[in-house]
Design a protein around this ligand. Structure first.
Ligand SMILES: Cc1cc2nc3c(=O)[nH]c(=O)nc-3n(C[C@H](O)[C@H](O)[C@H](O)COP(=O)(O)O)c2cc1C
Length: 120
């Protein structure tokens, strides 16, 4: 990334690489355990996912974030297109347009903001 995409000068690359290594090895101690690094990488996906959902909504496209899925089944399907021994699935998202049939859609139900957000 720092070399090929960001095309940073070599002295800045060195500083960034050291910074990221310290983060991975010490501050978040992710390198000790494959599960830990997979879970952290998965959480990183949610940053991109949040932007995808927000952008879709701004464009009038409906979406559905899905983490409740059959992992084995998903990996079987993806096995044809990615190396599933190296990559794992952490989240899925569907995009499309809602069915406007009012009889098919119950009204949205939401908890109050006060109940789910605590300001500190
Ligand atoms: C197959 C499927 C799996 C889902 N998995 C999750 C999940 O793991 N976690 C979650 O918070 N919501 C999950 N959802 C819920 C959706 O992300 C979404 O919040 C839900 O459809 C309600 O949206 P709405 O209240 O805006 O209509 C799932 C929905 C579907 C259809």
């Amino acid at each position: 990334m720092v070399e090929e995409v960001q095309k940073l000068p070599s002295e800045i690359q060195k500083i960034k690489k050291e910074f990221f290594h310290r983060f991975l090895a010490e501050e978040f101690a992710l390198l000790k355990d494959d599960r830990k690094i997979f879970d952290w990488a998965g959480k990183q996906c949610y940053i991109a996912l949040a932007n995808m959902l927000t952008t879709a909504a701004a464009l009038g496209i409906d979406s559905c974030a899905i983490e409740g899925f059959n992992e084995e089944g998903a990996n079987k399907v993806l096995n044809d297109v990615i190396d599933t021994t190296h990559f794992g699935v952490c989240v899925m998202v569907g995009f499309g347009y809602r069915d406007d049939d009012k009889n098919a859609n119950r009204p949205k139900t939401r908890q109050s903001l006060e109940k789910i957000v605590q300001y500190v």
